[in-house]
Design a protein around this ligand. Structure first.
Ligand code: ADP
Ligand code: ADP
Length: 228
């Protein structure tokens, strides 16, 4: 599903953000990506989203070698990937419903289909009763869940998250990670960048550890804590 083969990324100016990264995430797997600030987590996610290109090596997503694709195909690759940001990027002049509907409107779906899918996505994150609310009327945790609903509304096979719990308290963070696990149990491949090591350990999932741009550890999921 996602495979890195000897991937290095050097930014203009000489910073080696990633060095010889190798790992594979198979379909339906869930993993955390951790490491200190500057370890290369965001860069790794940006390579998967084709927001950056590898300097060396190959990134494969669903069997497609991204380095062989032109940047023009990036939007098509991104349609297959749901992305969740720390600052969820909700439009404050649109209701919860309209925020979640946005990717489907862009894709040109019929309103009846949009309505059905948006409500299903909001139901999954427990916010169906808030569909008419404005983002600023919601708590931080609720806003983050709207961002997740928007990321999953197109039913992408892959879900990426960059520090999704950054501004949330430990309890909300734990419930958000639980939500990712539920989505994973529905078959979605999930990769979550987070430096919240204590919380990650409790999840019992596979953990990829980055340090200074190198993958220094790949801890397998605990028995019974794994995917599905
Ligand atoms: P993390 O997400 O783990 O904090 P990043 O991937 O953001 O790590 O950064 C890895 C390294 O690459 C850092 O040294 C950072 O300063 C550098 N870096 C990130 N983005 C850029 C960029 N656009 N240009 C130059 N250097 C960058
Ligand atoms: P985080 O640590 O949360 O990943 P950063 O503060 O490292 O975020 O990066 C924020 C933005 O700045 C990103 O778009 C990243 O690519 C860019 N960036 C980070 N480090 C550098 C750098 N040294 N030079 C240029 N851009 C950078």
């Amino acid at each position: 599903m996602i495979r890195f083969e000897h991937v290095s990324k050097r930014y203009p100016g000489g910073i080696n953000a990633l060095t010889d990264i190798n790992f594979e995430l198979v379909q339906g797997e869930m993993a955390f990506l951790t490491g200190h600030s500057g370890a290369g987590k965001s860069t790794l996610l940006r390579l998967i989203l084709m927001l950056e290109q590898a300097t060396r090596g190959q990134v494969l997503v669903e069997g497609r070698n991204l380095s062989r694709l032109s940047m023009r195909t990036a939007p098509r690759i991104r349609q297959r990937i749901g992305m969740i940001f720390q600052d969820h990027k909700l439009l404050r002049d649109k209701t919860v419903f309209d925020n979640v509907a946005l990717p489907l409107m862009i894709a040109g779906l019929r309103y009846a289909d949009i309505r059905k899918r948006v409500r299903a996505a909001l139901d999954k994150v427990g916010l169906l009763q808030r569909e008419r609310a404005w983002p600023l009327a919601l708590s931080g945790g609720e806003q983050q869940r709207v961002g997740i609903a928007r990321a999953i509304v197109g039913m992408p096979p892959v879900l990426l998250a960059d520090e999704p719990t950054g501004n949330l308290d430990p309890e909300l963070s734990a419930s958000l990670f639980q939500l990712f696990r539920e989505l994973n149990s529905l078959g979605v491949t999930v990769l979550i960048a987070s430096h919240d090591l204590a919380l990650i350990r409790r999840m019992g999932q596979r953990v990829l550890v980055l340090s200074g741009g190198s993958l220094i550890d790949d801890i397998p999921a605990l028995e019974g804590g794994g995917a599905a």
